[in-house]
Ligand binder design. Structure first.
Ligand code: ADP
Length: 207
């Protein structure tokens, strides 16, 4: 894959309080991982790790509805009335309501059952369908949380590899997307994605 060398932006030695982040370039886009709260992101879209009902839940879903206000849930209800519950691996788009992001893309990741129930394929699809929807709407920037690794129980190390590969492979195509940000809530999740990204770019340099 045509990726640039991994640029480690953080440095505990330089400044302990500096936010952690790593940025790489894939084709015409930047892929960044940061530790933070996705509801504060100013990308054009943020992705919600929703459940099939689209009626709100816990974790990042709850945080997004709380920060974005009732307009998001109102649109989710209309979508479910129109097309029924959202199957795992699919994505839909609504307003961002009061968020800095203009849009929320809602996707449903797989519930982890041990790894033999197509969890990896469904997780890959959740990322790629979200990106496809963003590109269809001519968006240039999008933020993702770590889908499925909270209440849905997907092991973070395995999810990180699937997530980063899914995004990297999508970014090889020519689309409107120029910026993808993974916003990882806790330092363990951030560190796991950082290690996976370093492995992936190492692979890319060899391959
Ligand atoms: P799922 O049901 O897909 O597992 P969760 O919301 O339970 O979704 O968890 C997915 C990830 O989102 C977890 O790593 C969780 O810590 C993280 N998360 C929770 N709140 C936020 C937030 N405000 N911003 C970014 N990530 C968040």
């Amino acid at each position: 894959m045509a990726m640039s060398a991994c640029e480690q932006v953080d440095s505990a030695i330089v400044n302990r309080n500096m936010p952690k982040s790593i940025k790489i370039t894939i084709s015409k886009a930047n892929l960044t991982i940061i530790q933070g709260d996705i509801t504060q992101q100013a990308t054009e879209a943020i992705v919600n790790a929703a459940n099939s009902s689209l009626m709100g839940g816990g974790g990042v879903d709850k945080a997004i509805h709380r920060a974005g206000g009732p307009a998001i849930l109102a649109e989710c209800k209309q979508i479910v009335t129109r097309q029924g519950p959202l199957p795992p691996g699919q994505a839909v788009i609504t307003t961002g309501g009061n968020l800095k992001a203009k849009f929320v893309i809602h996707t449903v990741g797989p519930v982890w059952h041990g790894g033999n129930r197509a969890e990896a394929e469904i997780l890959k699809s959740a990322y790629q369908q979200s990106l496809k929807l963003a590109a269809e709407n001519h968006l240039t920037s999008i933020s993702f949380p770590s889908i499925s690794t909270g209440a849905y129980g997907y092991p973070v190390d395995e999810a990180a590899i699937v997530a980063l590969r899914a995004v990297a492979s999508f970014l090889q195509k020519t689309t409107s997307i120029r910026e993808v940000v993974f916003v990882l809530f806790d330092s363990r999740t951030y560190d796991t994605y950082a290690a996976a990204l370093e492995n992936l770019t190492g692979e890319a340099e060899i391959g």
